[in-house]
Design a protein around this ligand. Structure first.
Ligand code: ZN
Length: 488
């Protein structure tokens, strides 16, 4: 299979990448809108003109309803879309309709024959809540099919997507992901139980994604099934999910739900349309409510897609600017369950360091206790530990950014509000000089700084000294005198 994935930029575990398969290219993170293989409310060409260059559809329904036509024309001509397709195996429908004589060969043969670029092998969703023995069975069943598909259809142009199951059992998720990587899958997809998303169990989602991501090499892209909620997108991106799929834009639209940056609104109780998309700028709440159901569903779907796309682009820009953490935090303010998820994310600070640049252009914001767990601060703390020096027995705490000690026989430190004592000559560097704190707590009180310096071995610690020179200098570049030996 001709799949390639190249990471261009990263922040936390989120990355901007180029996904290439079968001559089609997508920039990730990307959300595949799910379209119905028979009735399309929005024509695929409209989706393309909105910037959606890849779509997902269900191969099971397609095979049931339009099999011959699909085989004759291929999926691109059939659905009149020349972008990238990912087809779901329909494992959920197989289960739902009790169509249990469908095997992985039927599913794979059809997906390859219609020429889809990415195809999920026949899986069995774990669901939630689920008993452990059943969860384990879904993992083993999905894995067996995945291995079989790759062995028998691995030479087709279609790239096979390995489905990770296991639900909320992290060890099963890990086993599933590891086995799929070992089997040779170049892209994996994590099954997120619908109920987990519907019940806003976002903190559990964090555990699941981290468990999967830990088991997958950094270079392997990860798809998250059914994650089309605008508020969770930055979180999922920060956790290292590269692609998503979602039918939420239309499912929400059907029941009159209007996506917004601050949550899901109900059209019925709205007075204004706080959006400038092609739909909202030309209509009003009253006019939307007067439309018939298909008309209103279509209009709201288009609006919802616009919001999802904007959120995705916002995530990408945040990665480039190194403020993905800030974006996840902003979104977490909109719902208590998202706040819980953000707190859970902060617990995985060490995992997030993998993709977080050690140097950033922008300063760091510290607005809450959780911000103290920013991976940038953790990395800086380690750099500090490595740079701790004791050329003297005496330390002096100085104010502002400094280059040298006011006393010849003492080492100078400035006190960083979160990191505590920082050697004065490092205080120009990122993030020591570029942290804006909105709360005055952390390691940075004077007593704590003195204690820490004593721990470092200083027998005398004095305070209140003035910095020797160049107080006005700010910014990220280290001074010539301090740049080398001690600033590793
Ligand atoms: Zn709109």
């Amino acid at each position: 299979m001709g799949l390639s994935f190249e990471v261009k930029e990263s922040d936390l575990l989120g990355r901007i990448g180029t996904l290439q398969v079968g001559g089609k290219t997508l920039e990730t993170p990307y959300m595949f809108p799910v379209i119905h293989p028979v009735n399309q409310l929005i024509h695929p060409s409209e989706l393309l003109s909105m910037g959606f260059r890849g779509l997902m559809t269900n191969s099971y329904i397609l095979r049931k309803r339009r099999r011959d036509e699909a085989l004759e024309k291929g999926i691109h001509r059939l659905l009149e879309f020349d972008g990238m397709f990912i087809t779901d195996s329909g494992g959920y429908q197989v289960l739902e309709y009790g169509d249990l004589d469908v095997g992985y060969r039927d599913v794979a043969e059809f997906q390859a024959a219609i020429g889809t670029e990415l195809a999920v092998t026949l899986d069995r969703p774990t669901g939630y809540p689920q008993r452990r023995p059943v969860a384990r069975e879904t993992v083993e069943y999905s894995l067996k099919n995945a291995r079989g598909t790759l062995a028998e259809f691995g030479d087709r142009p279609t790239a096979w997507v390995g489905p990770i199951q296991g639900g909320l059992y992290q060890d099963l998720v890990k086993r599933s992901a590891k086995a799929l990587v070992a089997a040779g899958f170049g892209i994996l997809a994590l099954g997120s139980p619908v109920q987990v998303m519907e019940n806003y169990m976002f903190a559990d989602l964090v555990d699941m994604v981290i468990a999967a991501r830990r088991a997958i090499p950094y270079s392997v892209p990860l798809h998250l099934f059914g994650a089309g909620h605008p508020l969770t997108m930055p979180l999922a991106v920060a956790l290292g999910c590269d692609t998503f799929d979602s039918a939420s834009y239309v499912l929400f639209a059907r029941t009159g739900r209007y996506m917004s940056r601050s949550g899901i609104l109900t059209l019925q109780s709205m007075k204004h349309l706080p959006c400038s998309c092609a739909v909202c700028s030309k209509t009003s709440v009253k006019e939307l409510l007067e439309l018939d159901h298909p008309g209103r569903t279509r209009a709201l779907s288009l609006h919802n897609l616009h919001v999802l796309r904007e959120e995705l682009e916002g995530c990408k820009e945040a990665i480039v600017e190194g403020r993905l953490w800030d974006l996840v935090e902003e979104r977490s303010m909109t719902h208590p369950r998202l706040r819980d998820a953000f707190a859970r994310l902060a617990e995985y600070s060490e995992d997030l360091e993998a993709g977080t640049p050690a140097m950033k252009e922008r300063g760091l914001f510290v607005r809450s206790d959780l911000d103290l767990r920013r991976p940038e601060l953790a990395m800086a703390a380690r750099r500090l530990a490595g740079a701790a020096r004791r050329s003297s027995k005496k330390a002096v705490i100085v104010e502002g950014h400094g280059l040298g000690s006011p006393k010849r026989d003492a080492d100078a430190y400035v006190v960083h509000p979160q990191l505590g004592p920082v050697p004065a000559e490092l205080s120009f560097q990122y993030p020591f000089s570029q942290t804006e704190a909105a709360l005055a707590q952390g390691a940075g009180d004077a007593a704590g700084a003195k204690r820490r310096l004593r721990e470092l071995g200083y027998s005398s610690v004095s305070a209140g000294g003035k910095v020797r020179s160049r107080r006005s200098r700010r910014g990220g570049s280290p001074s010539p005198r301090s740049s080398s030996a001690r600033s590793r």
